[in-house]
Design a protein around this ligand. Structure first.
Ligand code: PHE
Length: 442
C-alpha cells in the first residue's frame, strides 16, 4: 500500500517503516497561508513582524517543511525518549526525515547565517505539522513564528553585556499589558535555571529583554483587536509568565493571556542554551528565542472561532480580510451539527486490565493511539469534522478488555450536510476502523 518514494517540495524521499504521512496531508505543503496576501495568517505575521526592526532581525519565511530528525530534535537537545519524537505525535517521511514540528528546527542554521547578513536576530514564519486531536483549535498543520536575538559577549565583561542589554530594553518602551502573575526570572532547582556558561546577571538581563519584547507583541496584537472591534483604545490585557521546559532554552517560560475568562497559552520562549549557540559558531554571543502560534493569535485578533476556517477557500471567508485593515471576522450563517458515536474494543480477550493502562492499549497485537484514530477520521471526513471527543471508556471487569466510545461532530463551515452523506462518512469511519486499526466494533 505504501509507495516506495514520496515527493515533497520537489524532492523525492525513500519511505520506510517509519513513514506515516497520509496522502490527505500533502495538499497543505504548498498552500503557504503565511505568504498569501490578505489572508489573516499572513496579516497577523506582518503585524507582528512590524515590531522587529529589519536592521536587527533577518526574515526567513520560505524555508521548506521537510527537515532531518537531527534538525528537528537531536541538535536541540531533545532526549532520546521525548514523546515529541514518537510516530504518534510526529509525521515521519522516513526514519531520518520529518515534517518539522516547530520552527525551532531551523535555529542552528539561522544562528549561523544571520551574522553573514549583518543581523543580530531573526524571525522565521512557517507551516509546522503535528499529529493531534480534532477540535476548534487543533489542526495537523499550523503556523509558527520563531524569533531570536543575540548580544555580543566576546571580550566583554558580564557587567558590560548586562549594561548593553538593559540599555536596549529601555529603548523599547513600555508594553500596554498588566502582568498579573510572573514566575521568577530564574529559580535554581525548579526548572527555571541558569544555563551553563551564563552569569546570573546576564541571564536575568536577557530574560527581561525577552519578556519586554513579547509583552510588546501582545500589546500590539490586542490594540489591533480593539481596533478591529471598533474601539479606539484597548483595555489593558492581563498576562502571566509561567515557567516552562524546552530542551534548548534555560530558563524557559510560557506566556499566557486572559481571554474570555480563560488563560490561553500563546508562546514558549527562553534564554538560548549556550551549547547550542557554541555549536552554531556563536560562542561569543548570548541571546533569547521564542516561538508563537500564529493561528492562536489570529483567532484572538479577528475573533475567528474555528481553526478550519483558515483553510477555507470560500469567498465568504477569504473576502473578509484585507492587509492593513483591522476588522473583526463576521460569522456567516452557522450550519447544523450532526453527532455520531462509535464504540469499539481496543484490546483482545484475555488481556489483563493492567495491560490496558499505559500510553496505548493492545489491539490485535498493535497499540491503540488516539492520534491514529483522529487521523483516520480526518482522512474520511476532512474539514467536515468539527471535533471528536472521547465520551466513554471502560475496562470489562472479567475479561480485562477495554472499550472506547468517541463522539464525532460533523458540521460543514460552508453548507448543511445531508443525513445520507453523514451516514456514509460514518460507515466509512467504521469500516476503516476495523480494517486499518484492527479494533472490534461494538
Ligand atoms: N519550539 C517551541 C514549541 O514549538 C517554542 C519555543 C521556541 C520555545 C523557541 C523556546 C524557544 O513549543
Amino acid at each position: 500500500e505504501l509507495p516506495n518514494t514520496l515527493t515533497l517540495a520537489n524532492i523525492t524521499h525513500n519511505t520506510d517503516a517509519h513513514t506515516n504521512i497520509p496522502p490527505t496531508l500533502l495538499q497543505y505543503l504548498t498552500r503557504n497561508l503565511h505568504l498569501t496576501p490578505h489572508h489573516p495568517i499572513s496579516n497577523t505575521r506582518k503585524i507582528i513582524e512590524s515590531l522587529f526592526p529589519p536592521e536587527t532581525f533577518a526574515r526567513y519565511n520560505t524555508l521548506p517543511p521537510v527537515v532531518t530528525v537531527a534538525q528537528n530534535f537531536d541538535c536541540l537537545g531533545f532526549p532520546e525518549d521525548h514523546v515529541g519524537r514518537s510516530r504518534s505525535d510526529t509525521y515521519y517521511v522516513n526514519k531520518y526525515t520529518v515534517l518539522r514540528t516547530h520552527t525551532s528546527a531551523h535555529q542552528a542554521e539561522k544562528f549561523r547565517s544571520m551574522r553573514g547578513e549583518g543581523k543580530d536576530g531573526y524571525l522565521i514564519s512557517a507551516d509546522v505539522y503535528r499529529r493531534d486531536a480534532i477540535d476548534k483549535s487543533h489542526y495537523p498543520v499550523f503556523h509558527q513564528m520563531e524569533g531570536a536575538r543575540v548580544f555580543e559577549r566576546g571580550g566583554r565583561s558580564s557587567a558590560e553585556v548586562v549594561e548593553e542589554v538593559l540599555r536596549d530594553l529601555e529603548g523599547m518602551g513600555e508594553a500596554n499589558v498588566e502582568v498579573v502573575e510572573s514566575c521568577p526570572l530564574f529559580e535554581e532547582g525548579n526548572g527555571v535555571q541558569i544555563a551553563k556558561g551564563h552569569s546570573v546577571e546576564e541571564a536575568e538581563a536577557v530574560g527581561r529583554h525577552l519578556r519586554r519584547q513579547l509583552e510588546l507583541v501582545v500589546s500590539k496584537v490586542f490594540s489591533e483587536a480593539a481596533l478591529a472591534a471598533g474601539k479606539t483604545v484597548g483595555e489593558k490585557v492581563k498576562v502571566r509568565w509561567v515557567s516552562a521546559y524546552f530542551p534548548f532554552t534555560s530558563p524557559s517560560y510560557e506566556l499566557e493571556v486572559l481571554w474570555n475568562g480563560e488563560w490561553l497559552e500563546i508562546l514558549g520562549c527562553g534564554v538560548i542554551r549556550q551549547d547550542l549557540l557554541d555549536y552554531a559558531g556563536r560562542k561569543d554571543s548570548i541571546g533569547w528565542a521564542f516561538g508563537l502560534g500564529i493561528e492562536r493569535i489570529a483567532m484572538l485578533m479577528y475573533g475567528i472561532p474555528d481553526i478550519r476556517l483558515f483553510w477555507s477557500q470560500d469567498e465568504r471567508f477569504t473576502g473578509q480580510f484585507k492587509e492593513g485593515v483591522a476588522k473583526r471576522f463576521e460569522a456567516f450563517s452557522k450550519y447544523p451539527q450532526c453527532f455520531k458515536d462509535v464504540a469499539f474494543w481496543v484490546s483482545g480477550e484475555g488481556r489483563g486490565a493492567a495491560a490496558a493502562g499505559g500510553a496505548g492499549v493492545a489491539a490485535g497485537g498493535e497499540e491503540f493511539h488516539e492520534n491514529d484514530f483522529m487521523e483516520l477520521v480526518r482522512g474520511v471526513g476532512g474539514d467536515l469534522v468539527e471535533d471528536v471527543k472521547l465520551i466513554d471508556e471502560f475496562t470489562h471487569p472479567k475479561t480485562g478488555r477495554k472499550s472506547m466510545c468517541y463522539r464525532i461532530n460533523y458540521r460543514s463551515l460552508e453548507r448543511t450536510l445531508t443525513n445520507e452523506e453523514v451516514d456514509e462518512l460514518q460507515a466509512k469511519v467504521r469500516s476503516q476502523l476495523e480494517e486499518k486499526m484492527g479494533v472490534q466494533l461494538r
